[in-house]
Design a protein around this ligand. Structure first.
Ligand SMILES: [Zn+2]
Length: 233
């Protein structure tokens, strides 16, 4: 299989919602640079019409005349980048005898709620225990998985599952995976109920992190507590 097909196949394997949905890969994605710049042009035109509908004279406002283009560019290159970019295959390495939990805490998360198109900001904590063969992956790959699924439309519950499933896939044969997302939603603080500071915590766990005695789960949450000055997350 050539490199490009391998990338696409790998990407398809970790996607868990229908193509085209706000929290999925775009129709026809991942996109080439040319396809992205055509998309920015189309989206900028449509955003100009959106501002027209809001009776905003953006064409004659020196601060806003480039705004449709800026907004379109921000969606394609940053806010929704995970819908348009391909995830590279992830190589795993022997753990050289390490059979404990691997935890990465405080991975920064920027996302956008699918319901209101307002930002979601927070952190993701990920833990996993490698399988029999002891295969582990490069730590930064966990950050890249968070970026891939975070940089889309999202509801936090599904985002937590998507990250969990992708980590589980790239650490195939693992003994368990746990993902906790702690985030604040701009749609709660700036509109509707307008409550500042409320955060949402979601956890998806499998394997040893779900077992009855839950020692692995306890170790994971203790590790997060250490990081928060002893306070419960
Ligand atoms: Zn929302």
């Amino acid at each position: 299989m050539d490199k490009e097909n391998k990338r696409r196949k790998f990407h398809t394997d970790i996607e868990c919602v229908k193509e085209g949905l706000a929290n999925g890969i775009a129709f026809g994605g991942p996109l080439s640079d040319q396809e992205k710049s055509d998309m920015i042009e189309d989206a900028a035109k449509a955003y100009g019409e959106f501002l027209d509908a809001l009776r905003c004279d953006w064409r004659n406002d020196p601060n806003s005349m480039e705004t449709p283009h800026r907004v379109a560019k921000a969606y394609v290159n940053d806010l929704w980048a995970g819908r348009y970019e391909a995830m590279s295959p992830i190589t795993s390495f022997p753990s050289d005898g390490y059979d404990g939990i691997v935890i990465e805490r405080n991975i920064p998360l920027t996302s956008m709620c699918s319901h209101h198109h307002q930002t979601i900001k927070g952190v993701v904590h990920i833990g996993y225990v490698a399988g029999e063969g002891g295969q582990v992956i490069g730590l930064s790959k966990l950050n890249r998985i968070v970026e891939l699924f975070g940089r889309r439309g999202a509801i936090q519950e599904q985002l937590t599952s998507a990250i969990h499933n992708a980590v589980s896939k790239v650490t195939e044969g693992n003994r368990g995976v746990i993902v906790t997302v702690v985030a604040t939603h701009n749609c709660v603080s700036c509109r509707g109920v307008k409550h500042d500071g409320a955060s949402m915590v979601t956890t998806k766990a499998s394997g040893v992190f779900r077992e009855n005695d839950n020692l692995a789960r306890k170790e994971f949450f203790d590790s997060i507590k250490i990081n928060n000055g002893g306070h419960q997350i």
